[in-house]
Design a protein around this ligand. Structure first.
Ligand code: GTP
Ligand code: MG
Length: 206
């Protein structure tokens, strides 16, 4: 089978929700490799997951920051890989105690998951890296979990500002040993960068 066909089979309408996990004690077994999507609230994690899997509102999205409130596990390619939609860190329209609980859950998952192959750290192209992003990236460096930055919502910024954001992010990534050296630019709405990302994720299933 050609790689293109295998990628199509892996993603197109071939993704199912397997579990929503509110606490670290009830994670699914570790038999399958996982790729997780982390980032501040409202950055577009769930939207990107929907664009990748071409399945409408499979991962629920919202205008209100704080939509995803647990670790949501999806299986793609008929059981060859899991994608994990994480709650947002940083600001969210939720109670302080709730935000604290999500942050602990996210960190515990990212640091201690033996089958976690790769993390995508999503950053809004309009805002660039914030302190909370750098904190998560440092934690991933310390835990030696490989990750790559994805710049989201590229349709919202003009080209010169986008180029500057790519340049600044690339410069900042030099300080992060576990990070891939360059970011991927995406727009879920315009499907920019989506097939490139599908290709990269497919490689994690091999
Ligand atoms: N213009 C534009 N808007 C986007 C894009 N991706 C997401 N959005 C919008 O951004 C908002 C938040 O998207 P979500 O996918 O729910 O964000 P999230 O990171 O999952 O948010 P939490 O679950 O709250 O952490 C929604 O209103 C989306 O429609 C994009 O590529 N372009
Ligand atoms: Mg979400």
């Amino acid at each position: 089978m050609s790689t293109e066909k295998a990628i199509r089979q892996m993603f197109s309408g071939n993704c199912k929700f397997i579990a929503g996990v509110p606490s670290i004690e009830v994670l699914p077994d570790t038999s399958l490799a996982e790729v997780a999507f982390a980032g501040r609230s409202n950055v577009g994690k769930s939207s990107l997951l929907n664009a990748l899997t071409e399945q409408g509102n499979l991962a629920r999205t919202s205008h209100t920051p704080g939509r995803t409130q647990q670790l949501n596990f999806f299986e793609v390619g008929g059981g060859s890989l899991r994608l994990v939609d994480l709650p947002g860190y940083g600001y969210a329209k939720a109670a302080k105690t709730e935000i604290k609980a999500w942050n602990t859950l996210i960190k515990d998952y990212l640091k201690g998951r033996p089958n976690l192959r790769h993390v995508y750290v999503l950053i809004d192209s309009r805002h660039g890296l914030k302190e909370k992003d750098t904190d998560i990236m440092k934690m991933l460096d310390d835990a030696a979990v490989p990750y790559q930055v994805i710049l989201t919502k590229s349709d919202k910024v003009k080209k010169p500002a986008l180029d500057k954001c790519v340049e600044d992010t690339t410069a900042a990534l030099k300080k992060h040993p576990a990070a891939f050296p360059t970011p991927i630019v995406t727009s879920s709405h315009k499907r920019q960068g989506v097939s490139e990302l599908q290709h990269a994720i497919y490689n994690f299933s091999l």
